[in-house]
Design a protein around this ligand. Structure first.
Ligand code: ADE
Length: 322
């Protein structure tokens, strides 16, 4: 009852009827249609496995969520948010795409794009820092993906280098929409869900309780308990800083001290930090979200000089990491 299937994800299968005539049947994908492989990642409620479609041999990442655990820990609404947001974000190369969902008695399955390069954080840790060219390239792709999300009315709210994956071409794919916010979802009363749906009020509840990862949390979330589109741009500023410096701007011994630094805008740039990048970050790490540089202005900032925005960005060859 809790796991409603909307917008059935289907494929066709060729069969023969009683008279030996070929017929094409519409069939929903299920667990049996995939060969499961190595573990790609593990969360508290899910495991991501590499998998191959037995018919097409296409590779995917399948997120397997444990139903009992999710119900017990009251995380049903987050699972629904993840599915709903991914279903709104199916048309951008920089966002992990959801192809099918299905379930069996024990688990829910989300069939996603495989990002074989793993987390951007892993690559950054291997390199220590990125140079300006690499930061510009990865930063531009992340920003283009944020622009798309926001244009579709979705705030991610937990952007960080762990949630930016890399594909086989070293292009970025944003993942983990379990804590996203769907704008215009006034307690589920906007017609996007049937009346009496268990998701009613989910967003209103969470808007006051959710805090993302400490180091990337925006000051408005800490002071007003309210996230907006500009909150993702704060996190974006933290990510650009981290790619160039090798560490996030606000980092302390514990969450509480990190939050204190954030609300006091207590951060510094390391010696030799590129001047143009510094200017951009100083316009993003601004306490008042209304005064943060909007996306169009970020795209036109000198730091992104040379970037061709739009579809071409995703056809460009990734620079050699250095
Ligand atoms: N880890 C978590 N999600 C993943 C994905 N879609 N591809 C590769 N690794 C992942």
């Amino acid at each position: 009852e809790e796991w409603k299937e909307r917008g059935a994800a289907v494929s066709t299968r060729q069969e023969v009827d009683a008279n030996g005539r070929p017929v094409s049947k519409v069939v929903k994908k299920g667990v049996k249609d995939f060969n499961f492989g190595r573990t790609l990642g593990e969360g508290s409620y899910s495991t991501v496995l590499a998998a191959t479609d037995r018919q097409t041999l296409r590779e995917y990442a399948i997120k397997v969520l444990d139903k009992r655990h999710i119900i017990k820990e009251k995380k049903v609404k987050y699972v629904n948010i993840e599915k709903d947001t991914l279903n709104r974000l199916t048309d951008h190369p920089g966002i992990v795409r959801l192809y099918y969902t299905f379930q069996d008695e024990r688990s829910l399955y989300f069939v996603l794009d495989l990002a074989s390069g793993g987390e951007l954080l892993g690559t950054l840790k291997k390199m220590g820092t990125f140079d300006e060219e690499c930061t510009r390239f990865y930063g531009a792709q992340i920003l283009d993906s944020i622009a798309y999300m926001h244009s579709r009315g979705i705030i991610h709210r937990d952007l960080k280098p762990e949630n930016v994956l890399l594909d086989d071409k070293m292009h970025t794919k944003i993942t983990d929409f379990g804590t996203a916010k769907i704008l215009g979802l006034n307690g589920g009363q906007d017609g996007s869900r049937p009346a009496g749906d268990p998701m009613d009020g989910a967003e209103t509840d969470r808007a006051v309780s959710f805090v993302g990862t400490a180091e990337y949390v925006s000051p408005e979330l800490l002071t007003d308990k309210n996230a907006c589109k500009a909150s993702d741009l704060w996190a974006f500023g933290c990510i650009i800083y981290q790619l160039l410096a090798g560490r996030p701007p606000f980092k302390a011994a514990n969450e509480y001290l990190t939050f204190q630094k954030i609300v006091a805008l207590d951060y510094t740039f390391p010696d030799g930090f590129p001047e143009v990048a510094r200017d951009l970050i100083e316009r993003l790490l601004v306490l008042d979200p209304a005064k943060r540089l909007p996306i169009d202005h970020i795209k036109n900032h000198q730091f992104f000089d040379g970037i061709i925005w739009g579809k071409g960005l995703w056809k460009q060859k990734a620079p050699r990491l250095r």
